[in-house]
Design a protein around this ligand. Structure first.
Ligand code: SF4
Ligand code: SF4
Length: 107
C-alpha cells in the first residue's frame, strides 16, 4: 500500500500515523489530546489494579476508584499522521508508523 502523498508545493509528504501509546510511560497530561484535530485518542481513567474505568472528563472520580489517567487511542482510523501529538508529548511514549497497518491488514 502506498502511504506517501504530495503537498500543495509538490513536495512529498509521508504521514506518520499514531500506532500506540505506552500505558506505563504516559502521564495523561492531555497535551496530545488538545492538539489533535481528529479525536483519535481520549483520556481514560484507571483504578489501582490497572483496570480501565472509562473515558475521563476530568471531574468524575469514578466513585473514588480513579487512580491515574492515561491516553488511549480509541479511534485509530481517524489519524491522518500529522505528527502534532508526537511533538508535544513530554514523555516520548508514543509510537508512530509510516504505513497504516490497520488498512493493510483490514482491521
Ligand atoms: S498524528 Fe495528528 S491526527 Fe494522528 S493522532 Fe497525532 S495529532 Fe491526531
Ligand atoms: S502527551 Fe504523551 S504523556 Fe501526555 S497524555 Fe499524550 S501520550 Fe500521554
Amino acid at each position: 500500500m502506498t502511504s506517501a502523498f504530495v503537498a500543495r508545493d509538490g513536495s512529498r509528504w509521508m504521514p506518520e500515523y499514531l500506532d500506540s501509546i505506552n500505558p506505563a510511560m504516559c502521564i495523561g497530561c492531555g497535551r496530545c489530546f488538545k492538539v489533535c484535530s481528529r479525536e483519535v485518542m481520549h483520556p481514560y481513567g484507571m483504578d489501582e489494579a490497572g483496570e480501565m474505568l472509562g473515558v475521563c472528563d476530568g471531574e468524575d472520580d469514578f466513585n473514588g476508584e480513579l487512580s491515574r489517567v492515561i491516553m488511549v487511542i480509541d479511534y485509530p482510523g481517524r489519524c491522518i499522521g500529522c505528527g502534532a501529538c508526537a511533538r508535544v508529548c513530554p514523555k516520548n511514549c508514543q509510537t508512530h508508523v509510516a504505513v497504516d497497518h490497520r488498512a493493510v491488514h483490514g482491521s
